[in-house]
Ligand binder design. Structure first.
Ligand code: RB5
Length: 169
């Protein structure tokens, strides 16, 4: 979001399997007035999805984009990688319901899509629903806070999680 554009800035990336869908999403978003930062890839030549997922996720984590969208063959690899970047809540959505609930319940800030799963038209509809939905807060805020606690308490900062109900050794 900038002073001159009230729509949020979107970071967008894809691997070769998501390239065509990414291009369609970019055209769709730019037509709707969004500022889109395209982080690649730029063709259907085979590349590694973690490179593009990381680039999109880091833009979101640094606040350089309000939201991110990553496309690979299934959306799964993009989501796995993006969720390793602190502060990112990536959700794969294959339909409008999961896209809406990812925002309303999970406060997802990065949407991932499967270019081999949804059509370009479906991808555009899913993106519209994701961008149009808002976090519902309330009980969901408590749960999202618990996600942050897991994130800061295990793995990513070298800590360890314990099974629920077990005391520290
Ligand atoms: C690439 O063939 C494919 O594995 C990738 O796009 C993605 O679907 C991984 O999750």
């Amino acid at each position: 979001m900038t002073d001159s554009n009230p729509k949020p800035r979107i970071a967008l990336g894809a691997d070769h399997a998501g390239y065509r869908a990414k291009e369609a999403i970019k055209r769709h978003l730019e037509k709707a007035g969004y500022e889109v930062e395209d982080l690649g890839t730029s063709s259907e030549q085979s590349v590694d999805y973690p490179d593009y997922a990381k680039a999109v996720a880091e833009k979101v984590a640094r606040g350089e984009a309000a939201l991110g969208i990553g496309v690979c063959g299934t959306g799964i690899g993009m989501a796995i990688v993006a969720n390793k970047v602190q502060g990112v809540r990536a959700a794969v959505a294959h339909d409008e319901l999961t896209a809406r609930l990812a925002r309303e319940h999970n406060d997802a800030n990065l949407l991932t899509l499967g270019g081999r799963v949804v059509s370009e038209a479906q991808a555009a509809r899913i993106v519209d629903v994701f961008l149009g939905a808002r976090f519902a807060g309330g009980r969901h805020a408590r749960r999202v806070n618990k996600i942050s606690q897991v994130e800061t308490g295990c793995g990513k900062r070298g800590g360890k999680t314990r099974p629920p109900g077990r005391s520290a050794p």
